[in-house]
Design a protein around this ligand. Structure first.
Ligand SMILES: *Cc1c(COP(=O)(O)O)cnc(C)c1O
Length: 321
């Protein structure tokens, strides 16, 4: 297996070959209103239209396609309450691999049902008293299953990088690429894609204001841990970036900036009203940075990754009302 230190653009190309015909090639959208608002030329890569509603299917499918015969027989295991759970469950079903997903017992019933609906076995744990990483490791060992974590894994990083790769292939080189940052799978993969297809492009990570562990880590040169941040960007509620991810980020990312929950909500409204799209709060991080010039974009050609669209309608209605 590769370690993150020697990942290159060619690994993103290999991942693109593996997911071809299985993941959607999502549309790139533009908006004259957004361009007028920012004075930039914005290209939105719409992963809200990806299978399972978020880019996570790319990394999951790439990782599972690399399993040996023996790994396939024994199955895959992961922990996630969000999009990665569904991504692994669907990819496993398509590849006929058994999947076990460890989810918090108080996760939304709908999410647990969706994951079971893809044929995965769901095991629950108490998120206040038990450690999911420990449970995952122990169970993987007992059952001889392969653990595929949500972001800290080279094959996951490379799969996620295929979204930015498609964007560059479609619109050519860019001055800036804005990417949301949770554990760093999407950001690290996107930066590797840029290194091959648009080497002068500045790749910028965008985090919630209250969960700026990535920015702190970037500044300090080592991974900083924080408490679970309080933000509506649930896909970015992580306490620290992954170590494989951080190695790539340090090498290929230009900067990390933050946006507020209020800025996320106003971006959600913009996409609903002007572009007729449902984008989940975490999916709005990169766009909010552009709309508010948190990273200056005027006069530039700018890629913006909309990472996902999974938000239940009741919350969505509350956000946009
Ligand atoms: C997981 C996720 C993120 C964060 O991605 P990382 O690879 O962990 O940085 C952002 N947006 C959505 C919609 C997600 O599901």
């Amino acid at each position: 297996m590769h370690t993150a230190d020697n990942l290159t653009f060619s690994d993103i190309q290999a991942a693109a070959q593996r997911i071809k015909g299985h993941a959607h090639r999502t549309p790139v959208m533009t908006s004259a209103t957004a361009n007028a608002l920012t004075g930039a030329e914005l290209f939105f890569k719409c992963e809200n239209f990806q299978r399972i509603g978020a880019f996570k299917f790319r990394g999951a499918f790439n990782a599972l396609s690399r399993f040996s015969e023996e790994q396939r027989r024994n199955g895959v295991l992961t922990y996630s309450s969000g999009n990665h759970a569904q991504a692994i469950a669907l990819a496993a079903r398509l590849l006929k691999i058994r999947a076990v997903i460890i989810m918090p017992e108080d996760a939304p019933v709908l999410k647990i049902q969706a994951t079971k609906g893809y044929g995965a076995e769901v095991l629950t744990y108490n998120r206040y008293t038990e450690n999911r990483e420990e449970i995952g490791r122990k169970l993987a060992q007992e059952r001889n299953m392969t653990l595929i974590p949500p972001y800290d894994h080279p094959d996951v990083i490379c799969g996620q990088g295929t979204a930015a790769m498609e964007l560059f292939e479609e619109v050519g080189e860019l001055d800036v690429l804005l990417v949301c940052l949770g554990g760093g799978g999407l950001l690290a993969g996107s930066a590797l894609a840029a290194s091959g297809l648009s080497p002068h492009c500045k790749v910028i990570g965008v985090e919630p204001e209250l969960g700026d562990d990535g920015r702190q880590s970037f500044r300090k040169g080592e991974i900083v841990h924080i408490d679970v941040p309080d933000t509506i960007a649930d896909g970015a509620k992580v306490t620290h970036v992954g170590s494989h991810n951080f190695a790539v980020i340090q090498k290929h990312v230009a900067d990390i900036v933050t946006v507020s929950d209020a800025q996320l909500i106003s971006a959600m409204k913009f996409f609903a009203e002007r572009m007729k799209m449902v984008v989940e709060p975490t999916g709005c991080l990169a766009a909010a940075a552009a709309f508010n010039q948190v990273w200056p974009v005027t006069g530039k050609r700018v890629g913006v990754i909309l990472s996902g669209g999974n938000v239940d309608l009741q919350s969505f209605a509350q956000f946009i009302s």
